[in-house]
Design a protein around this ligand. Structure first.
Ligand SMILES: [Zn+2]
Length: 594
């Protein structure tokens, strides 16, 4: 099923010159240009006026735009095939160059922080209007900054220390093979392939795939528990140095949010867990089961038409759904396929999961996924292409400094894309079985992102509380905390395999340093977009420019501010309830098919 159009063409990133020596020279020149910026500005930022500051910020942005393509080429080549020797070397070289560049430029934020704490009025300088919110965000970090030497040490400590846990976890998943018996024959396959069986119509195969993967992960629980402890304790220790109020502080600052918004979001979720359980019970009924098992969560309905989508068919449906929303957006989607910026082939050594990587200088993006031809894969593709649209809009409206949108808004384009696909597929569905299949796909996604992911947020809170109380987090203790968090959301609506207590071990973000509380932004993104989609349904085409403006704003405004401009208050539960209402509408539609 693999054809060339499913394999991405990364050569555009390096102007078609993929010669290794030339790429290495570009990386060297990135670090030396960063060094030049350092020589020009180090120790002098405190004396800059508005105009001088503009010069520095523009130099930094232009460095990013000049070398972004080369760096992306190295990192993406490795994601596509971590067993390739050249890709390994280039990935390593790029990571070293990024580290050197970051080290050389680490002084900027520190000196800027000092300057802004002394002259906060600079934030409102007319010359710096485009960088206003960028400067406000730095000002918020000021109380948590360390000295330059300490910041450099933190970068070093992370690169050769704590970051290794994340690499280990990702390498484990991408290099392990799993063996299970299928129709009497033993089959050995990589992680990216066995997870395809989670959606297999055969219930026994789904069960076996889950059992095989989590049993394998659970066997190394001693490794995962060590990693979890190290990453959590590192965060606590660094937090003391940085004077964070709680383990959540860093994430709030990074997501440009206040605790009020997160609290009202998570309270809305906890209060409405019953809405999700209602869906789970409905799905069990449609599947003819007394209760869903965890391996039914991602399952297609037995009554669902056994539709698979070739790459070409997926392309056609996705392009059409975005084009119905807006012609310009549709043309950008078409360009993504035409220029082969998507990689869908399944192969060993390829990073598991899916992602979209922006290429701002090219005003476009690249997408990686392992395409298994199921409806879920079409949804993943629409999701990632929604991210790409976000990149198209951002790169045309903002400087790189205003493109750090944080995880909350990172999902705005992607989830909206999924809903556009849903609209198209529902309008074409002829039978109740087709409608059920589509609605369950979208509600499975919603349930996973809004509710199941919330369990991860509650779990992460629990790990920090346990450490605070002096508990030793071995594998079994962490597993117990995971099960408690999971049950808070799902109650007894799901029958879990015993090995699912190891579910936390496969989530990369628990092993990522400086990326704590990675999860609630997905919940945020999901409910946020469901509310936006409701507005689109009410206002029709009049809403299109509003959504484009929201996506184009990037980090030039906070989520609270850019939402307020559309009349939405993200600190009130009333707002979040709108997202729940949209989900209930889908659940009602599903109930009507019975
Ligand atoms: Zn996404």
């Amino acid at each position: 099923m693999t054809s060339e159009e499913m394999i991405w063409d990364l050569s555009h990133l390096v102007s078609n010159n993929t010669e290794t020596a030339s790429i290495r020279r570009r990386l060297d020149s990135m670090t030396s240009e960063a060094q030049k910026i350092r020589e020009e500005y180090h120790g002098k930022i405190g004396a800059l006026d508005g105009n001088g500051l503009l010069g520095l910020l523009e130099a930094k942005d232009s460095l990013h735009l000049s070398y972004e393509g080369t760096v992306e080429y190295c990192l993406l080549s490795y994601s596509a095939n971590s067993t390739d020797e050249i890709a390994k070397q280039l990935n390593d070289a790029a990571r070293r160059a990024i580290m050197k560049t970051e080290q050389a430029l680490a002084f900027i934020d520190i000196e800027l922080g000092k300057l802004l704490s002394e002259k906060p009025q600079l934030v409102n300088h007319p010359e710096l209007s485009e960088y206003k919110h960028y400067l406000e965000r730095i000002l918020r970090k000021v109380p948590h900054m360390l000295t330059e030497a300490e910041e450099q040490l933190v970068i070093l400590k992370d690169k050769n220390g704590i970051n290794a846990w994340e690499t280990l976890q990702s390498d484990w998943l991408s290099t392990r093979t799993f063996t299970m018996e299928i129709e009497g024959e033993k089959k050995t396959m990589p992680y990216g392939e066995i997870v395809g069986y989670y959606q297999n119509p055969n219930r026994e195969l789904r069960k076996l795939a889950n059992q095989t993967v989590y049993e394998g992960l659970g066997k190394d629980d001693i490794v995962w528990a060590s990693a979890l402890r190290a990453v959590c304790e590192d965060h606590i220790e660094v937090g003391k140095l940085r004077k964070w109020a709680s383990p959540l502080t860093q994430s709030l600052i990074n997501n440009d949010l206040d605790e009020e918004a997160v609290k009202s979001l998570m309270q809305t979720i906890e209060k409405n867990a019953g809405v999700y359980r209602r869906y789970l019970e409905l799905k069990a009924k449609i599947m003819g089961l007394p209760k869903l098992a965890n391996y039914d969560l991602a399952a297609p309905l037995p009554s669902a038409p056994d539709t698979t989508y070739t790459w070409t068919e997926a392309r056609k449906e996705i392009t059409a759904s975005f084009s119905e929303f807006d012609a310009e957006v549709g043309a950008w989607i078409d360009e993504m396929y035409a220029k082969r910026h998507l990689d869908g082939e399944i192969r060993k050594g390829k990073t598991s999961g899916a992602f979209c990587s922006s290429w701002l200088a090219g005003k476009t993006a690249y997408i990686l996924q392992s395409y298994n031809s199921r409806i879920r894969d079409v949804y993943t593709q629409a999701h990632e292409l929604g991210h790409a649209i976000h990149a198209y809009l951002l790169s045309r409206a903002q400087k790189p400094s205003n493109c750090e949108i944080g995880s909350c808004r990172a999902e705005s384009g992607s989830i909206f894309g999924e809903l556009l696909l849903t609209e198209r597929l529902l309008s074409k569905a002829k039978t109740k079985e087709e409608k059920q299949a589509i609605l369950c796909t979208v509600l499975d996604q919603f349930g996973a992102a809004a509710f199941q992911v919330s369990a991860r947020y509650f779990f992460e809170h629990a790990t920090y509380n346990a450490i605070k109380q002096g508990q030793f987090l071995d594998g079994e203790t962490a597993a117990k905390l995971w099960v408690e968090a999971r049950d808070k959301i799902c109650g007894d609506a799901i029958q879990w395999l015993e090995v699912m207590k190891w579910e936390w071990t496969k989530s990369p973000h628990y092993f990522m340093a400086n990326y704590r509380f990675y999860n609630y932004p997905y919940v945020f993104g999901q409910l946020f977009v469901y509310a936006l989609y409701r507005l689109y349904k009410e206002q029709g085409k009049a809403f299109v420019p509003k959504l484009k403006a929201l996506l184009s704003a990037g980090s030039s405004k906070s989520p609270r501010e850019s939402s307020a401009e559309l009349g939405l208050d993200i600190t009130s539960e009333t707002f979040w309830e709108k997202g729940i209402k949209q989900a209930e509408e889908f659940i009602n539609m599903l109930e009507e098919t019975l």
